[in-house]
Design a protein around this ligand. Sequence first.
Ligand SMILES: O=C(O)c1ccccc1NCC(=O)[C@H](O)[C@H](O)COP(=O)(O)O
Length: 225
Amino acid sequence: MFNRVNMRVKICGITQTEQAIAIARHGATHLGFICVPQSPRYLTPAALAEITEALDAAGVVTKTVGVFADASLAEMVAIVRRANLSHIQLHGQETPEHCQQLLAELPGIFLIKAIRVRTAADLLRAETYAPYVDALLLDAYHPQQLGGTGLTLDWDALVSFKPACPWMLAGGLTPENIPTALATLNPDGIDLSSGVEQHPGVKDLALVQHLFEQLQPWLPISAEV
Ligand SMILES: O=C(O)c1ccccc1NCC(=O)[C@H](O)[C@H](O)COP(=O)(O)O
């Protein structure tokens, strides 16, 4: 069994302050907040800012990720500034050019581009973003939902995915399947939402605790990018 020293662990779709604090204290390096109005996990900018202010006030050190899908540059800039986010995750059809524009507008922001993988061509497309982003995130494809689907990727199809930047695995991860996922694919990070949830937006803290117990062989984890 290998031992990762820079494993990023992102828990996504958090909507409650107390849960954000508890999940960060369990060891999540990144907390994800959904800024996509169609999602059942959507947070208004005001509610998001309230949570990030509470994290600061509680002295919790973690990365805060705003998840957007085809939002305007102006909207993303406004929300990042209002909630003092460290990261943006682009989960829609954004191009490498969009990534460059965003970085020009928000120097210092960490950028994650999510790719919903259906075919091998999507993996090749993902690699074209590497020069413009801090990390890639591979998620499952669903025809109606952009994310938080609980669907698992075909891990065998990903074994030769070695982009020129760090990458995170998402899609249907659970405390139970995470050891196999890590041993099979060796990603730089993982992202979980519905697999540690009671219902959309409400996490199950017992499952989060179980996840970090399962991750023990891969600790220590790091909050870099
Ligand atoms: O989670 C959502 O509701 C969502 C809505 C719109 C765009 C992205 C969304 N989630 C993005 C994530 O990063 C999720 O963690 C990722 O899709 C994995 O979800 P799951 O399969 O439930 O672990």
